[in-house]
Design a protein around this ligand. Sequence first.
Ligand code: GNR
Ligand code: NI
Length: 167
Amino acid sequence: MSQLEILEFPDPRLRTLAQPVTVFDAALKTLVADMFETMYAAPGVGLAATQVDVHQQLLVADMSENSDHPLVLINPRILEKDGEQVYQEGCLSFPGIFADVDRALRIKVAAHDADGGEFVLDVEGPLAVCIQHEMDHLVGKLFVDHLSLLKRTMLLKRMEKKRRQNA
Ligand code: GNR
Ligand code: NI
């Protein structure tokens, strides 16, 4: 297993549209294992392939207390969504910045596992937030895109300042 490098904003590769996975082979399983290793080490609760510069529709997540409920979603698609929730989000591609984002409360999502089998997941609350956040990455969308221009500008300035202080 190996840890992968996580792209950070404003890397333009974060805006890439991911393509569907068509081959469910050993290389895909290695990628999934490496993404889990990268996510747990960060530490994070989710990771989209886009963030490790792999432009395929693949995401991993684990929002469980003990980090023992790994979820892999390949070629995920939303079947239903309803309700609304506001949750304070962070993103491994935006170290140190957090903001409240409005999303659906509950989603029903169909996806494939690493063996190609299809399943449907009905989730709500924080896990629903995480999956929506990761699915956004797969279409090149970032959590700050959900904010008002004013809020986004303030946060990005704050991030720049932190970056300069750390340099
Ligand atoms: O680790 C992460 N935490 C998080 C917290 C609130 C809402 C979403 C997330 S996802 C994030 C990891 C990440 O950047 N995934 O793309
Ligand atoms: Ni993210």
